[in-house]
Design a binder for this molecule. Structure first.
Ligand SMILES: Nc1nc2c(ncn2[C@@H]2O[C@H](COP(=O)(O)OP(=O)(O)OP(=O)(O)O)[C@@H](O)[C@H]2O)c(=O)[nH]1
Length: 342
């Protein structure tokens, strides 16, 4: 375990490397150079040293390759660790800023002392000394202030940029790149929180599992690109037809999940049926030559959270109802009230 000063020095050195190689301070680049600075991975250090010895510029691309090569075995775990290390080091920067601020405060105190001496009826030679001290203090304070202000300014910008990159990386990690709605990871996080809230507040919580019907036929008949567009369209129709408190996620493939906080089963069934109608209302055609795709339908399983139940059981039950809706002919909604034995 590193102490505060070691971490501080790793931070400075890592940032220097990023600056020297003109790399964006994003978590991935940070991970590579932080590991290099800590010399915790001999092979990585040897490879970077060899590249630098050949005068090879360590570009974003090389950083990405190094990241994949040395940390790919458990990418998610490493990425999370990098995010944690990053957050921790941001706190170190913030504490550095506050240290500098308190130094700045002590310069002001020294100045106040000189003023007090001047007010205590000093002799002419004492006044001369005070004036000399005062001039020196004022000069060094001005110098220090300039230095501190410029360091504070650049550090502040650095921190803001790092935080922005970190937030962006965090939000990318929970967003499905095709549809723009939450991905499975984001869903898991949100569902855990929604269950905890429902349990603490004794409130209702329902869930809808949705699967697009015969989606393979769209891909097979019109191509994968058209399939992708249909997926995006389905997600955007659903998003438009949900309240802002509801949470839509792409569960995977052509399956979506909606979390509905403060919603009982009856209302959730109405929402699912509303989504089903909204999606099938649109006659779809391909963009280029306007070939008719037809109407898209969905099968949905709706279930309400039961006391003490975890996310996995809730999702499983919603999934079972959704498959039941498929097997009962598709384009329909099946819920707890239809299948109480599940
Ligand atoms: N275009 C596209 N297709 C996807 C994506 N993810 C999954 N698919 C396709 O979705 C199709 C799902 O097919 P199936 O599981 O057989 O289901 P289905 O054809 O919708 O039939 P039912 O669910 O039984 O109504 C597969 O062909 C997948 O390749 C994606 O991101 N883009």
């Amino acid at each position: 375990m590193y102490n505060h000063y070691q971490m501080q020095s790793f931070l400075n050195t890592t940032l220097e490397h990023l600056k020297k190689h003109k790399l964006h301070p994003i978590p991935e680049n940070y991970k590579v150079w932080y590991e290099y600075t800590c010399t915790s991975n001999t092979e990585l250090n040897e490879e970077i040293d060899a590249l630098m010895a050949q005068q090879t510029a360590i570009s974003e691309e090389i950083c990405h390759k190094l990241l994949k090569k040395y940390f790919v075995s458990n990418e998610q775990k490493d990425f999370d660790a990098a995010r944690l290390a990053f957050s921790h080091l941001l706190n170190v920067v913030i504490s550095q800023i506050s240290n500098w601020s308190s130094n700045h405060g002590s310069f002001c105190q020294a100045l106040e002392k000189c003023t007090q001496k001047l007010n205590s009826d000093p002799s002419i030679s004492e006044i001369k000394d005070i004036i000399t001290d005062l001039t020196q203090e004022a000069k060094s304070m001005a110098d220090a202030s300039n230095d501190i202000n410029s360091v504070l300014g650049s550090l502040n910008n650095e921190v803001k940029q790092l935080r922005k990159d970190l937030e962006q990386a965090g939000s990318e990690a929970v967003t499905d790149s095709l549809t723009g709605v939450s991905n499975r990871r984001g869903l898991d996080e949100r569902l855990r929180n929604a269950i905890a809230e429902a349990q603490n507040q004794h409130s209702d919580l329902s869930l809808i599992m949705i699967d697009l019907d015969h989606f393979k036929t769209i891909n097979d008949s019109f191509g994968h690109n058209t399939g992708d567009k249909v997926l995006k369209l389905a997600a955007s129709i659903m998003k438009k037809n949900l309240r802002s408190s509801d949470f839509l996620a792409r569960y995977g493939g052509e399956e979506f999940t909606v979390i509905l906080p403060n919603t009982n089963l009856k209302s959730a069934v109405k929402v699912a049926d509303h989504l089903r109608k909204a999606i099938s209302a649109k006659q779809l055609s391909t963009g280029r030559n306007g070939q008719i795709i037809g109407r898209l339908t969905i099968s949905a399983g709706v279930t309400q959270h039961r006391p003490q139940e975890n996310a996995e059981t809730l999702l499983d039950r919603g999934d079972k109802y959704m498959y039941k809706a498929k097997h009962s002919g598709r384009n329909r909604v099946i819920s707890d009230s239809d299948l109480s034995s599940y």
